[in-house]
Write a protein that binds this ligand. Structure first.
Ligand SMILES: CC(C)(COP(=O)(O)OP(=O)(O)OC[C@H]1O[C@@H](n2cnc3c(N)ncnc32)[C@H](O)[C@@H]1OP(=O)(O)O)[C@@H](O)C(=O)NCCC(=O)NCCS
Length: 154
């Protein structure tokens, strides 16, 4: 399958919103309209510099997305900036055909152009397919984290 990966254009934002809606997390999805606006206006999401890459079939049909940021710090990495795969999603019908790999390759090229020498990502432990796909693409596991929360009074 021929796949084209390029920075998303404003008129393609619907595909980004739809795929992020499927990927989650809830807090991000609930603010997606704000993030889309900020990205197209300033190249930022939640204040952090980003590129959003869209994968399309040759006929222009969107089939995958990669959101990539520049972080000052990432677990297991040295001094920043570090290219960080914030969101990575391929439509079910297009999986297993190299689209995810093409997105990550383009994401790494973008990060390298920004001066990064390391590229990082994360996946939840209950997502074995996501974990395996990272390893298949050359990511090395660096740590497992359990996150915690508790409510406090203002
Ligand atoms: C993870 C995801 C983006 C991969 O996209 P994809 O287009 O299927 O990936 P590719 O076909 O390019 O595969 C890339 C590599 O990962 C491996 N891989 C992909 N899916 C896999 C799976 N379910 N189990 C094991 N390995 C897998 C492939 O074998 C391939 O390695 P290879 O070239 O050595 O064979 C896609 O499955 C997806 O959108 N999943 C739901 C969202 C998600 O989990 N995102 C990642 C965590 S944030």
């Amino acid at each position: 399958m021929e796949v084209i990966v390029a920075p998303i254009r404003r008129e393609q934002a619907d595909a980004w919103v739809r795929m992020r809606g499927r990927l989650g997390p809830e807090w991000f999805v609930s603010r997606i309209d704000e993030f889309v606006r900020e990205y197209f206006d300033a190249g930022r999401i939640d204040g952090l510099r980003h590129v959003v890459l869209l994968a399309t079939r040759a006929d222009g049909t969107p089939i995958g997305i990669a959101e990539v940021s520049l972080r000052d710090f990432a677990e297991g990495c040295g001094a920043g900036p570090v290219g960080y795969l914030e969101g990575w999603f391929v439509e079910e019908g297009a999986r297993g055909a190299g689209v995810g790999r093409a997105l990550v390759a383009a994401a790494e090229r973008w990060a390298a152009k920004q001066g990064c020498t390391e590229f990082a990502s994360d996946a939840e432990l209950h997502n074995p397919a996501g974990l395996r796909a990272h390893v298949a693409l050359g990511f090395e596991p660096v740590c497992d984290i359990r996150c915690f929360r508790k409510p406090i009074r203002p």
